[in-house]
Design a protein around this ligand. Structure first.
Ligand code: ASP
Length: 333
């Protein structure tokens, strides 16, 4: 009897061990499912696409990309790529206004849900810097390539060199040279620069930002757009932010990182964007002369934005509706 019991127990022990192992596996599977379900509930607003400025074609392209089953990151590339290829847009990709020497130099970056980052700075002759930035992230041991190196890398990846200075942008530059006084023009120099944040249906967030920078900037000038934490920051546990406007001011306050950290502390996307804008307003005596705008997205799929002045708009694609909105602004002119 004792022996039988021993054998039983021993057998049970063996079964017990394997049952325990499978229970553990089952348990971790269950935990995973519970976690995933929690994420799903959190993300009742997902998927969502939000971008700076009135760029409905770009947000629509990002949405369609998600519908095809692409990742949030690929949706960012597809969405931003639309504006980069639009020769009429004078602040991004082809047609971007040049620097003081008549050269179109582009900055772009991306961040994915793992916190990976890739960027190109001051790159010439390549129309799609955001796609090149993704390749820097994925196919090189580096995170930033600048200038000629970025261009060479792009060409090695099959991108075509082309003249990005359109006739319209060239004559704008020639006109500017007649007076040659550099001053940022609120909302004019910024229009069409794209910062885009995308959450896919699983609640995964990625973002990108692409620009030709400030019109008639000094040669070699790089703004915030392609700099991690300034023009863009993504933390897939919390949310993401991207910026537009006078890059020097965003850089000095590490604006997008600040917004994400404020959301981590519990602020809504709107509140976080407002606080980051107010940091600039409170620090910069001449805030009346320039624009800065932020857009943010949190893990619940809620979006928010805020700018210094009137004139900033955002485009959101959510629940199948593609619409532009005018965010709240500070504006004490
Ligand atoms: N932030 C960009 C820069 O300073 C400009 C923009 O948003 O258009 O380069």
């Amino acid at each position: 009897m004792k022996r039988r019991k021993f054998i039983q127990n021993a057998a049970l022990g063996t079964v017990g061990a394997s049952t325990l192992a499978s229970a553990l596996v089952a348990c971790s599977d269950t935990e995973k499912k519970t976690k995933a379900a929690a994420i799903d509930t959190q993300n009742k607003n997902a998927p969502v696409v939000i971008a700076t400025w009135d760029v409905k074609d770009a947000t629509a392209a990002a949405w369609q990309s998600l519908e095809k089953g692409n990742s949030a990151l690929q949706a960012v590339i597809d969405g931003c790529g639309v504006e980069e290829a639009n020769a009429d847009g004078q602040s991004v990709g082809i047609g971007g206004l040049p620097d003081r020497d008549g050269r179109v130099t582009l900055d772009a970056c991306v961040m994915n849900e793992h916190g990976d980052y890739g960027a190109v700075l001051c790159m010439e002759n390549i129309k799609h810097p955001i796609a090149v930035a993704k390749m820097v992230m994925e196919d090189t041991p580096h995170v930033i390539l600048a200038g000629v190196g970025a261009e060479q890398f792009a060409v090695s990846k099959g991108f075509k060199r082309e003249n990005l200075l359109t006739e319209a942008s060239k004559s704008g530059w020639e006109e500017w040279k007649k007076t040659a006084q550099y001053e940022p023009i609120i909302n004019i120099e910024n229009h069409d620069t794209i910062g885009m944040l995308v959450m896919d249906k699983n609640g995964t967030i990625s973002g990108g930002c692409t620009t030709s920078g400030l019109a008639f900037k000094m040669a070699g000038r790089v703004g915030d757009s392609a700099v991690i934490g300034s023009g863009l920051f993504v933390d897939n546990e919390i949310g993401a932010c991207t910026a537009t406007g006078l890059g020097e001011e965003v850089l000095k306050t590490v604006g997008s990182y600040l917004v994400v950290e404020l959301m981590r502390q519990g602020k809504s996307p709107d509140q976080a964007c407002k606080e980051a804008v107010m940091r600039i307003v409170n620090k910069s005596k001449n805030y009346k002369n320039f624009q800065v705008g932020y857009i943010a997205l949190n893990k619940k799929g809620e979006t928010g934005s805020y700018s210094i002045h009137d004139g900033f708009v955002t485009t959101t694609y959510k629940n199948g509706i593609n619409e532009t909105k005018k965010p709240e602004y500070f504006d004490k002119l």
